[in-house]
Design a binder for this molecule. Sequence first.
Ligand code: PNS
Length: 160
Amino acid sequence: MSVAVFPGSFDPITLGHLDIVRRGATLFDSVIIGVARNAAKKALLELDDRLRLARLAVADLPNVTVEAIPGLLVDFCREREASTIVKGLRSGSDLDDEVPMAAMNRHLGGVETVFVPASGALLHVASTLVRDVARYGGDISDLVTPEVATAVYAALGTRP
Ligand code: PNS
C-alpha cells in the first residue's frame, strides 16, 4: 500500500492544490493532505477551518483524507506509514524553496519527496496571492472553491 502525504499550510486550499492532490491520488494508493500549523506565520484561517475546507474540497476523492500535522512532517509520515511526500512546483523559486525541505525531510526521516509540476493554467494560483486579492475585494471565485471563497472573505471582512 503506497501512502503519500501532501503537506502545506493550506491558508486557504486553492484550485492549484486540488489539481496536485487529484493527480497525486492517481500515483499512490492513498494521499493524506497534511495541514500544518506553521509556527512561523499567523494564518488567516484557523486550523479547524483549513481542515474543514480541505475535507469539503476532496469529498469526491475516495483515497484522499485530511489531517492536521501536529509537529514534524517526518514524524507524521512515520506514524501514517507514508514513504513519500508530494509537492507541487509552479516555478524555479518554488524549487529553490522546496529542495532544501526535501533534503531535510530525507535527512531526518528517510522520506522521499516527489514533485508534480503545476498545470499551466494554474501557475499563478498561490494562497498568498489569493489572500491578497480577496483583501482588496478582488474576485477569487475561479481560484478556490465557493466554500473557501466565502470563508476567506468572511475572515478578511471584505467581499468582491
Ligand atoms: O504551504 P507551506 O506553508 O509552504 O507549507 C510548508 C510546510 C507546512 C510543508 C512546512 O512548513 C512543514 O513541513 N511544516 C511541518 C514542520 C516540519 O516538519 N518542518 C520542517 C520541514 S523541512
